[in-house]
Design a binder for this molecule. Structure first.
Ligand code: ATP
Ligand code: MG
Ligand code: FE
Length: 334
């Protein structure tokens, strides 16, 4: 089975061709980060227009790189939510047009299901499993009893992990998107600030990052007001240690509670080097199998959408041509 995947939920225009849900034949990602940088974050209307400008060329490049034409494809998978409605609509319209023109089935994919199935492109997913999803808009623990069955068993009560990274980075004067910048700085600093870890109720699998974010901002403002020099690397390292401690502890708590055979990690923040190292260390200590995609498959891409689309297509989950974008789509409806 060869599936063309299309992703436009936020600020990456992406298309990819994946074979049998496992092998990436091509993956083209046109990032808009440059465009949004001067605004300090994604401007929805600008994102939509940019997707429109680029989608055709990105699709052509994905087919070209894979060396396939319409006749070599079995289905077209597209992110239909969640995300920015104007951005999503560009991908959905393109997917519907191609599905109609080429007579191919249309498979709607939940963006977070895509992030999770990115793991299938780098190893074998074994059920039951727990997925730690850490991205710009989501921080969730998802239990998959079997393929295609999602149960959200923990989630953030305020900011997502990536959102906290971006907001703290912005306060430190780092360019958007701040996650990778903070990650780089953290490697040069030490955890000396003792920022708070939000454990919440003793058994909780939920997260909260807004208290941590405020603590970091307060420390930064206090130092500036007193005219004290601020060691940005130490602030970054201390912030990252607090985020990573909680993510790792709760992920392994969920693995134990649900007797999972595997922990899979997904989403843009899964690219974080501190998180990857801490997960690997804990996994080795506890004998838990962990699957984390390579960096290029952690942040938004269309190969993950094609991979998830392949799974859904095999389960017969195709849509009609009246498919619409759903900005606040729930994962459990998938
Ligand atoms: P969602 O997937 O929830 O809809 P999104 O698609 O915008 O949101 P992703 O592309 O999955 O998010 O991830 C982007 C986020 O990941 C940004 O917040 C970015 O700062 C963060 N990020 C990327 N690389 C790193 C890193 N190395 N360390 C920490 N955060 C990172
Ligand atoms: Mg992005
Ligand atoms: Fe994403």
């Amino acid at each position: 089975i060869r599936v063309l995947g299309i992703e436009t939920s936020c600020d990456e225009t992406a298309a990819a061709v994946v074979e049998n849900g496992r092998t990436v034949l091509s993956s083209v990602v046109a990032s808009q980060a440059e465009v949004h940088r001067r605004f300090g974050g994604v401007v929805p209307e600008v994102a939509s227009r940019r997707h429109v400008e680029r989608i055709t060329r990105v699709l052509e490049a994905a087919l070209e790189e894979a060396g396939v034409g319409p006749d070599d494809l079995d289905a077209i998978a597209v992110t239909h939510g969640p995300g920015l409605v104007g951005a999503l609509l560009v991908g959905v319209a393109a997917a519907k047009a191609l599905a109609f023109a080429w007579g191919l089935p249309l498979v709607p994919v939940h963006h977070i299901a895509g992030h999770i199935y990115a793991c299938q492109l780098c190893g074998e997913m074994r059920y039951p499993l727990v997925a730690l999803v850490v991205s710009g808009g989501h921080t969730e623990l998802v239990y998959l009893r079997e393929e295609g069955r999602f149960a959200v068993v923990g989630q953030t009560r305020d900011d997502a992990a990536g959102e906290a990274y971006d907001k703290v980075a912005r306060a430190l004067g780092l360019p958007y998107p701040g996650g990778p910048e903070l990650d780089r700085l953290a490697a040069e600093g030490r955890d000396v600030y003792a920022f708070p870890r939000a454990w919440l109720e003793p058994d909780s699998l939920d997260f909260s990052f807004s208290g941590l974010k405020t603590a970091v901002l307060n420390a930064v403002h206090a130092a500036r007001q007193r005219g004290e020099p601020l060691n940005l690397a130490d602030v970054a390292a201390s912030f990252q240690a607090a985020v990573v401690d909680v993510l790792v502890e709760k992920a392994f708590r969920a693995v134990k509670r649900y007797a999972a055979r595997q922990l899979v990690v997904a989403g843009g923040v899964a690219a974080n080097r501190g998180l990857r190292a801490a997960l690997a260390e804990r996994a080795a200590r506890e004998g838990v199998e962990v699957l984390i995609p390579p960096l290029s498959l952690c942040t938004d891409n269309a190969a993950m959408i094609a991979a998830a689309g392949t799974v859904l297509y095999r389960h017969g989950r195709v849509a009609d041509l009246d498919l619409n974008a759903v900005p606040s789509l729930a994962l459990e409806a998938e």
